[in-house]
Design a protein around this ligand. Structure first.
Ligand code: NAP
Length: 318
């Protein structure tokens, strides 16, 4: 079968021929319909993640959508790059039966793969971790990315009163606007005072909740746009591994700064969240920008994701 293979940590995978995976030990063969290339895939394959350097060669891809041999359309996770085992960027993958999540009728496989765990993170960071309540004012940082686009739409669906999006490039701001934000703020400077002023001006008062996949200067600015008792949920560090949060802002407003990872979800929580994301895609309330690329073109597509040179999620199609 055709598959992508990471041969050296830090290098892009290549398309190659491999044997069909082994379906013993309670695992089920799934013929892959769509496999996204995500920041997590690139991070893990680079050997710089907190999971350590992966054993090579391996097939990357921490998630995908496919069809079992008995005809079920399913979303599935894999441990590829985080633990030994092969992932979704292949014609066929073997997945523990308990990990399969059935897709609702009408859920487009490519659309579900594009949203995938990034939308799960947006949903659970907003609701479970961030305790979003109807009528609240939400700020979404990095709103042109997949997490951000999903967060704008899912916050709205959860009853947010106002959703302010913030994104770096003009195309990212256009994606945030298309996702339905009430206002879109440019993150084109690291000047925290300027960014905080913009976020406050875009609101109808200070915000209740910030969804933050960026950290760095945007996160610092966003804390200054929160109300007393407001929450910031961090789930990524695209703009910086550190952020110069000032104590006076945190303590004078009794802010809560929280960390979120999908790896902290139970299997049941993840299954439920994937089901909700797929249902939202099927009923048209959730969609994220994406493009499809043949599996054989994985090397160039992976390099574009690693360089940030994409206009939406790249989804590989075997
Ligand atoms: N904790 C979790 O469980 C979890 C789950 C999923 C994702 N994440 C993390 O969340 C982050 C976003 O994921 P994603 O799926 O949305 O990625 P994505 O679709 O690749 O989007 C990344 C976005 O980050 C923006 N960005 C990159 N560097 C930036 C900077 N210095 N300042 C401002 N914006 C910047 C990019 O903006 P431009 O378009 O302007 O370049 C892009 O829109 C990643 O770090 C990912 O690892 C965490």
């Amino acid at each position: 079968m055709r598959a992508a293979e990471v041969r050296t940590a830090g290098e892009a995978p290549v398309a190659t021929d491999r044997g069909e995976p082994d379906a013993s030990g309670g695992r089920v063969l799934v013929d892959v319909l769509a496999a996204p290339i995500t920041p997590l895939d690139v991070l893990c394959a680079g050997g710089r993640s907190y999971f350590g350097v992966p054993a090579t060669p391996y097939v990357p891809g921490v998630q995908g959508v496919g069809r079992t041999r008995d005809g079920r359309a399913v979303w599935f996770p894999t441990p590829a790059g985080m633990a030994p085992g092969d992932g979704s960027m292949a014609a066929t993958v073997a997945v523990p039966a308990d990990d399969l999540v059935d897709l609702p009728d009408g859920a487009d496989p490519v659309g579900v793969a594009a949203a995938g765990l990034s939308a799960v993170a947006a949903l659970m960071a907003l609701t479970w971790c961030g305790e979003l309540a109807a009528g609240e004012h939400v700020v979404v940082l990095g709103a042109g990315g997949v997490v951000g686009q999903a967060a704008v739409q899912l916050a709205r669906a959860a009853g947010a009163r106002r959703v302010v999006a913030a994104a770096r490039s003009a195309p990212a701001r256009a994606r945030a606007a298309a996702a339905g934000a009430d206002a879109v703020v440019a993150l084109d400077t690291d000047d925290v005072d300027v960014l905080a002023e913009r976020l406050l001006a875009a609101g109808d008062g200070p915000a209740d909740l910030v969804l933050d996949p960026l950290f760095g200067a945007p996160a610092v600015a966003a804390t200054r746009a929160l109300r007393p008792g407001g929450r910031l949920v961090n789930l990524g560090s695209a703009a910086g591994e550190t952020a110069a949060l000032d104590s006076a802002t945190l303590r004078s407003r009794s802010l809560r700064v929280l960390g979120y990872t999908n790896n902290g979800l139970t299997a049941a929580q993840r299954r439920d969240a994937v089901t909700r994301v797929a249902a939202a895609i099927a009923d048209g309330t959730l969609a994220v920008a994406h493009e499809t690329v043949p599996l054989d073109d994985v090397t160039a597509a992976w390099s574009r994701q690693a360089a940030g040179d994409t206009t939406g999620r790249i989804v590989l199609v075997p």
